[in-house]
Design a binder for this molecule. Structure first.
Ligand SMILES: O=C(O)[C@H](O)COP(=O)(O)O
Length: 201
């Protein structure tokens, strides 16, 4: 058995301002910092052999706060561009509510939650999932198959894509999958990466 723990970073300053973020490299808000400490507390007692985050500050900082706990202070930490949030293209930096007024809520919902439709100039969930899964299969899955426990701190849409892949969700099912900031999903896998248990903390 091996555990995979997926964590969404804490609230960022752009989340707080209701701004499309994507690859904008914004810090955690004070609430986000507190959420990261809460994640560390909720994971108390878990064992990790390695930890991963994207290379964006909000994910790195969330992971830094978690692994500052003595129990995890020596685990190897990796930062990967492949685990970044979806690239939000022309929407990056725009207020979500104002953009919904301009383009209509249905169009915004499609850009934000559909599987296949990319936002203008950006990545669809499908494209985001493809690069994240490629990295997962190359770097993380072999460790899980070998029985190692792994922590991953990533982003809302990247984690929606990974969870869709791991749980065999349909494009319709992933549309309604929402992951809150500081949200934790724990999988217990057997050696063939079959899910034995899934818990949301
Ligand atoms: O990049 C962003 O704006 C957020 O982190 C996630 O955006 P979403 O809620 O539109 O998927």
């Amino acid at each position: 058995m091996a555990n995979l723990v997926l964590v969404r970073h804490g609230e960022s300053t752009s989340n707080l301002a209701n701004v499309f973020t994507g690859w904008l490299d914004v810090p955690l808000s004070p609430t986000g910092e507190a959420e990261a400490h809460t994640v560390a507390e909720k994971l108390r007692g878990y064992h990790f052999d390695a930890a991963y985050s994207s290379d964006l500050i909000r994910a790195e900082r969330t992971l830094d706060i978690i692994v500052a706990r003595p129990a995890w202070a020596t685990i190897p930490v990796h930062h990967a561009g492949a685990l970044r949030e979806r690239m939000y293209g022309d929407l990056q930096g725009l207020n979500k509510a104002e953009t919904a007024l301009k383009y209509g809520q249905a169009q915004i919902d499609s850009w934000r939650r559909s599987y296949a439709v990319p936002p203008p100039g950006g990545e669809s969930l499908q494209q985001t999932q493809a690069r994240a899964v490629k990295y997962f299969e190359a770097e993380i899955a072999p460790k899980l198959r070998a029985g190692q426990d792994i922590l991953v701190v990533s982003h809302g849409n990247t984690l929606r894509g990974l969870r869709m892949y791991l749980e065999h969700l349909t494009p319709e099912e992933v549309e309604s999958l929402e992951i809150v900031t500081g949200g934790i999903c724990v999988y217990a896998f057997d050696a063939r990466l079959k899910i034995m248990e899934r818990r949301l903390l």
